[in-house]
Design a protein around this ligand. Structure first.
Ligand code: XMP
Length: 516
């Protein structure tokens, strides 16, 4: 195993991900808990993360000194390199003092010496693209170290003490913009630390099951299912761990996609035999949404009502001690943050966010360190059918935010049909997995058409499809026009209430993926 010491970098989890990709298990511990974690884990190596803090600042975080005396290899990344240098007797100075600016973004590295990190990867005198993001700089390395690679802005781009097996990179090997970074991290954990590299998602599952058992004991856990992949995978995993101590609640707000409720209930009750409470609360939601057309008002109402219903159901089954959620890493704004300052609210995301406080429950979040594609892999490992695991994301507020303006049951029914046809066409064309998310939107606009010999005056349907890796940015999926005409024809012919179809060509930014 590898211990990753977190100094509050936004991308610490990416380090863990790269270590997992190298087939090695790792745990992340905030720097304040690193000593305890080290003693417990007895890791074969340690990676020190980046940080928004500045080493020359006296109050900035330090690594436990014992790590440097424990005889295990250490890789310091960015701040990690600087803090190691500082703690071992070298010197780090703020960018403004050295008279040179920092380096941010793409940089090119020249390899000057052989180094175990570069084994089978980089040779002397080669240049390689890496990703930098630092203001401060190492100006004198600590005794025992030597420079093994440089860049224009960082003469100490990679330093190494091969004897102690301590390495420092000024750049970030964990991000995708350092194309060889994953291999470099693999070299560290496998060649330098000697980890076998045979760790798999199957083992992740076993580790998590053990953790869940330990956390929960014989207490009761309740889990809200949304129909999405994340909550489903979390629920199945937890059920494997604690069996019928878990109860799932599926709140159907009447704004699900075609067949969604049946699929979820079928899968959980039928296939897995997991205790499931299925609440049809569609009337409550749809009544409450009458007259509401502001996007934030819709989101807030749905979020709050969801909590009300969930709470009621939880009470009916005698309450629970823990609430399980399918929170993923991108949902988490991480543990040790020094930056602070709330970002602007673009949309109030609906999840079960308000629940833990209101119900005073502890959280079970076994997917917190995973990314979406890893959750899918875990889902497959748990035997969830591909059709479920590979599903496109679906927002908590459901179709309500795909019906700009006032929502009604009739509109939801119309949209459901159009959406199902569009997705069926996408599946038939073999495009489903190439697209991050595709859906139809029902516009609150009626236009004139002609069908048969009659005049129609019906709604406009917009189609959207985007590619993305994390939903934070997105590009429009470039269907060919023949495909789009085929969808338009089918939707207008088969869905009463829609007589015109348009395609949304907006990327994110400036658009968002959902329309509201
Ligand atoms: P936007 O529309 O903000 O969406 O570009 C980014 C991703 O998040 C999904 N989304 C939500 N998911 N609750 C969710 O669980 C929400 O309230 C919510 N709003 C948007 C959206 O579908 C896309 O995948």
């Amino acid at each position: 195993t590898i211990l990753i010491v977190d100094f509050g970098s936004q991308v610490t989890q990416l380090i863990a991900r790269r270590v997992r990709e190298a087939g090695v298990y790792s745990e992340i511990a905030p720097f304040t808990m690193a000593e305890e974690a080290f003693r417990r884990m007895k890791p074969r190596g340690v990676i020190l993360s980046g940080s928004p803090a500045s080493v020359p600042d006296e109050n900035s975080p330090r690594a436990p000194q014992m790590l440097f005396e424990a005889g295990v290899p250490i890789l310091g990344i960015c701040y990690g390199q600087q803090v190691m240098t500082h703690q071992l007797g070298g010197e780090v100075r703020p960018g403004h003092e050295t008279g040179e600016g920092g380096e941010f973004g793409r940089a090119f590295l020249t390899v000057t010496e052989k180094c175990a990190l570069f084994d089978g990867l980089w040779q002397n005198e080669e240049r390689h693209q890496v990703w930098m993001s630092h203001g401060d700089k190492v100006t004198k390395f600590a005794p025992g170290f030597e420079i093994v690679a440089t860049s224009d802005g960082a003469p100490f781009a990679v330093i190494a003490d091969e004897k102690r097996r301590f390495y420092g990179t000024q750049f970030h090997p964990e991000v995708v913009h350092t194309p060889d970074g994953g291999k470099l991290i693999a070299n560290f954990v496998r060649h330098v630390c000697g980890c076998a590299g045979d760790w798999t998602m199957a083992q992740f599952r076993d580790v998590k099951i053990a953790e869940i058992r330990e956390q929960v004991g014989d207490a009761k856990v309740i889990c809200g299912l949304s129909g999405g992949v994340d909550s489903a995978v979390a629920a199945v995993l937890i059920h494997e761990a604690i069996g019928d101590q878990l109860t799932c609640v599926f709140v159907d707000h009447g704004l699900m996609r075609m067949g969604e409720a049946e699929q979820v209930v079928g899968l959980f009750k039928g296939h897995y035999n997991i205790p499931l409470v299925h609440v049809d609360a569609s009337t409550l939601f749809l009544k409450g949404l009458e007259g509401v057309s502001d996007p934030e008002a819709k989101r807030k109402f749905i979020g709050k009502t969801f909590i009300d219903v969930f709470e009621d159901e939880a009470r009916k089954i005698g309450g629970a001690d823990f609430l399980a959620q399918g929170t993923l890493y991108p949902d988490v704004i991480e543990s040790v943050s020094f930056t602070g300052g709330p970002s602007v609210t673009i949309k109030s995301h609906h999840n079960v966010g308000g629940l833990p406080e209101r119900m005073d429950m502890d959280l079970v979040e076994p997917l917190r360190e995973l990314f979406k594609d890893e959750v899918r892999e875990l889902g497959r490992e748990l035997g969830l059918p591909d059709i479920f695991v590979g599903r496109h994301p679906f927002p908590g507020p459901g179709l309500a935010i795909r019906i700009p303006g006032e929502v009604s049951r009739e509109k939801a029914d119309i949209l459901r049909k159009a959406d199902a046809i569009y997705l069926e066409e996408i599946r038939n064309a073999g495009l489903y997995d190439a697209i991050w998310q595709a859906f139809a939107v029902l516009l609150p606009v009626k236009t004139v058409g002609v069908m048969g010999d009659g005049r129609t005056y019906d709604f406009v349907c917009a189609l959207r499809a985007v590619t993305s890796t994390d939903g934070m940015t997105a590009d429009v999926y470039p269907f060919d026009s023949h495909f789009l005409s085929q969808c338009a024809t089918r939707i207008v012919n088969e869905v009463k209430g829609i007589n015109r179809v348009v395609y949304d060509y907006t990327s994110k930014p400036p658009g968002t993926i959902e329309w509201e």
